[in-house]
Design a protein around this ligand. Structure first.
Ligand SMILES: NC(=O)c1ccc[n+]([C@@H]2O[C@H](COP(=O)([O-])OP(=O)(O)OC[C@H]3O[C@@H](n4cnc5c(N)ncnc54)[C@H](OP(=O)(O)O)[C@@H]3O)[C@@H](O)[C@H]2O)c1
Length: 263
């Protein structure tokens, strides 16, 4: 069945690839972006890929932008937009942490509330929250981001149970990607080195930390987004989506093991 699907943060990465994949399957895709320029570029990109994407700027932190989504009749909302702050919780500026929560958690939930109004009135819809396996195991020196994804994964599980009580055919599911090479991880990792100066508790470890993170991401990142895009398509099309969709499966398995072992 053809669905009308709105996705946030679709100017780049997983969001853009999912928008194209969903449109190729015949869905009507409203691919929203962080900036006006991304919206223009994405429309052209879709065209070059042979699909028609409706695009507009929707900065999820701005109430006036979020309001644009309220009147739309949506079958699926994919909350994909996100940013990543890094650095030790011993010293990172709380404004950075707060801003990361503003985008990944508060902006996401505020948009979800608006879209839920229509879905609950029509008694039909699916909300996907793109969280992360960083929301399942703590990631030292990436904790500002990791904490937002812990919050989002908890929010998704809780909201799902709340809506199940209403029995209105409105579902919530979590998409929990492992590491994918979109540039997101490199930007997040680098961000802390912009402010970690000589007075940082970790100044003596900074070079080693930078090299370790670069090495680890290079080792674990999936080069293509295909595996997680497939999960997003699957969850979008499901009559009753599962609670969690994780890819690549091996990273999901390692995380589950880490949790069992209490890491
Ligand atoms: N790549 C991974 O390894 C990985 C792993 C786990 C989870 N994830 C999650 O997957 C999602 C997509 O990440 P990605 O890897 O595809 O990285 P990405 O290419 O950076 O995608 C994130 C998108 O969100 C946009 N965005 C940021 N702030 C926004 C705002 N206030 N309003 C609307 N859009 C905003 C970004 O725009 P700008 O470019 O203008 O900032 C960007 O287009 C994120 O939620 C991320 O946390 C990624």
């Amino acid at each position: 069945m053809q669905k009308t699907i709105l996705i946030t943060g679709a100017g780049t990465g997983i969001g853009r690839d999912s928008a194209v994949a969903l449109a190729r399957r015949g869905h009507s895709v409203i691919a929203t972006t962080h900036t006006e320029q991304q919206a223009l570029d994405l429309r052209a990109y879709g065209h070059a890929q042979g699909v028609a994407l409706e695009t507009f700027k929707l900065d999820i932190t701005l109430p006036e932008d979020r309001a644009l989504a309220e009147p739309l009749v949506l079958d699926v909302l994919i909350n994909n937009a996100g940013i990543g702050e890094s650095g030790s919780l011993a010293e990172v500026d709380m404004e950075r942490v707060r801003h990361n929560f503003e985008v990944n958690v508060f902006g996401t939930l505020a948009l979800t509330q608006l879209v839920l109004k229509g879905m609950l009135a029509r008694q039909q819809g699916t909300v996907l929250l793109v969280s992360s396996i960083a929301g399942r195991v703590p990631m030292p020196f990436l904790m500002p981001y990791s904490m937002t994804k812990f919050a989002l994964s908890a929010a998704g599980a809780g909201l799902r149970a709340e809506l199940d009580l209403l029995k209105q055919n409105v579902h919530v599911a979590l998409i929990e990607p492992g590491a994918f090479h979109t540039g997101f991880n490199q930007q997040m990792s680098a961000r802390k080195f912009d402010w970690m100066g000589a007075d940082s508790y970790f100044a003596a470890h900074a070079d080693a930390l930078r090299a370790k993170e670069a090495r680890e991401f290079k080792l674990v990142e999936a080069r293509s987004t295909d595996a997680i895009v497939r999960k997003i398509v699957q969850a979008s099309e499901a009559r009753r989506p599962r609670l969690r969709y994780v890819a690549p499966w091996i990273q999901g398995f390692v995380v589950r093991l880490a949790r069992i072992l209490g890491v």
